[in-house]
Design a protein around this ligand. Structure first.
Ligand SMILES: Cc1ncc(COP(=O)(O)O)c(C=O)c1O
Length: 347
C-alpha cells in the first residue's frame, strides 16, 4: 500500500494497455497519466526543480517561472504548492481551459499569450515574455524545459528503464516529440542498451521540430514552432508526422472502447499503427508512450462543435479514413537507420 506525504511521491510507471483488441495489432501503450499531475511532465518537473534546489538556485523568495502548453505547468504548480514556492506559468490561448483552471486551483499565476510568433506558433512569444520578466525581477527562476538537461535526464533515468525492465525484447519505441525531453532521454538510454531498439519520433503536421513547413496546430502537447534545442537527431531512427484529423480519429476510437486519452496519445497511436502496418513482416514488440489522459480535452478533442468548427463535420466519419488500417495519413521522413548489433549506427 503506497502511503505518501508529497503529491509527486506517487507515479504509476508500470501500466500498459495492449491495443490489439482495438486496432488489431499489438502495441503496448505505456500510460503516464496516473499521478497527481496527470501527465508524464511530472517526471521532468521533479527532476528540474530538485536540480535547481541542489544547485542553490531556489530560496523562499523565489518565483518559479516556465513557458508551458499546460502539462508541465500543472506539474510545476503541484510541486511548487507542495514545497512552498510561488509559480508563474506563461502559456498561450491553445492551453485547455481545464488545464489553466487546474494551475490556478493549485495556487499558481497564469499568463496567457494570444499573439502568434513569426513561425505561426506561440512559443517564441512565450519565451520572449518569460525573458522580459526574468530581466525585470531577479526573484524569477526560469527552469527552461527547452534547454534543461533534467528534462531528458528524467526519462533517461526513469521512463526508459521502466520500459526496458518490462520489455527485454523491445524492437521499436514510438515517442511523441514536444520539447523532445521524453524522446531524447529514451533514445539515449536505448542507444546504450544491450540490443538495438528502433526509435521512432512522432510529430504533428505543421510542427517545424524536424524541419518542414509550419502550419496550424490546435492540439497542445506535441509539435514545436522552433527546432527543439534538446533534439539530437543522430539518436532518432525515423520521424513520422500525423495530421491532427488522424489524431482525433485515434482518440475517439480509443474512447469508444473506454480508454479516454489525451491528444498526443492519439497522435502517437495513429502514427505507430500506420508504421506497424507497413512493417508487419514479423512479430515486433512495440511500445508507445501515452503522455496523459483525456479529461483535459473534453472541451476540445471530445467536443463535437470544436471538432466541426476546426476540422469539418466529416472528421469522425469512418469514410474519412485515408491510410492503411484507416488510421493515419502519417508521412515518414527517413528509412530505418542501419545499426550494428550493439545498437550503434553503421558508418
Ligand atoms: C500531453 C503531452 N504530450 C507530449 C508532450 C511532449 O513531451 P516532451 O516535451 O518530453 O517532448 C507533452 C509535453 O508537454 C505533453 O504535455
Amino acid at each position: 500500500m503506497p502511503v505518501i506525504t508529497a503529491p509527486h511521491a506517487f507515479n504509476e510507471g508500470q501500466l500498459y494497455v495492449d491495443l490489439r483488441p482495438i486496432f488489431g495489432r499489438s502495441l503496448f501503450l505505456k500510460c503516464e497519466g496516473f499521478n497527481f499531475a496527470g501527465s508524464i511532465k511530472l517526471k521532468a518537473a521533479v527532476e528540474m526543480v530538485e536540480a535547481a534546489e541542489q544547485d542553490g538556485l531556489l530560496s523562499k523568495d523565489s518565483v518559479l517561472i516556465e513557458s508551458s502548453s499546460g502539462n508541465l505547468g500543472v506539474a510545476l504548480s503541484m510541486i511548487a504548492a507542495s514545497k512552498g514556492y510561488r509559480f508563474l506559468c506563461v502559456t498561450d490561448s491553445r492551453c485547455n481551459l481545464s488545464t489553466r483552471l487546474l494551475m490556478e486551483a493549485l495556487g499558481s499565476e497564469v499568463h496567457v499569450i494570444a499573439d502568434l510568433d513569426a513561425n505561426g506558433g506561440f512559443l517564441g512569444a512565450r519565451i520572449d515574455y518569460v525573458r522580459a520578466l526574468c530581466a525585470s525581477d531577479q526573484r524569477y527562476v526560469w527552469l527552461s524545459q527547452y534547454t534543461n538537461p533534467g528534462n531528458w535526464g528524467a526519462h533517461y533515468r526513469r521512463t526508459a528503464p521502466e520500459i526496458a525492465r518490462q520489455f527485454p525484447r523491445l524492437d521499436v519505441l514510438f515517442v511523441g516529440a514536444g520539447t523532445t525531453g521524453t524522446l531524447m532521454g529514451c533514445a539515449r538510454y536505448f542507444r546504450e542498451w544491450h540490443r538495438p531498439v528502433r526509435i521512432v519520433a512522432v510529430d504533428t503536421v505543421g510542427s517545424v521540430a524536424f524541419g518542414g513547413a509550419p502550419g496550424r496546430r490546435m492540439i497542445p502537447g506535441l509539435g514545436m514552432s522552433m527546432r527543439p534545442p534538446l533534439l539530437d537527431e543522430s539518436f532518432v531512427d525515423e520521424v513520422i508526422r500525423v495530421e491532427e484529423a488522424d489524431t482525433i480519429r485515434a482518440c475517439h476510437r480509443l474512447a469508444r472502447r473506454g480508454f479516454l486519452f489525451g491528444g498526443s496519445t492519439g497522435t502517437v497511436v495513429s502514427g505507430a499503427m500506420s508504421w506497424l502496418a507497413e512493417h508487419d513482416e514479423r512479430d515486433l514488440t512495440a511500445v508507445a508512450i501515452a503522455p496523459d489522459l483525456g479529461e483535459r480535452y473534453l472541451d476540445t478533442i471530445y467536443q463535437s462543435t470544436w471538432l466541426e468548427d476546426l476540422y469539418g463535420d466529416q472528421v469522425l466519419d469512418p469514410k474519412a479514413k485515408t491510410a492503411p488500417e484507416g488510421l493515419t495519413t502519417a508521412t515518414r521522413d527517413a528509412e530505418p537507420v542501419p545499426r550494428t548489433p550493439d545498437g550503434r549506427r553503421k558508418p
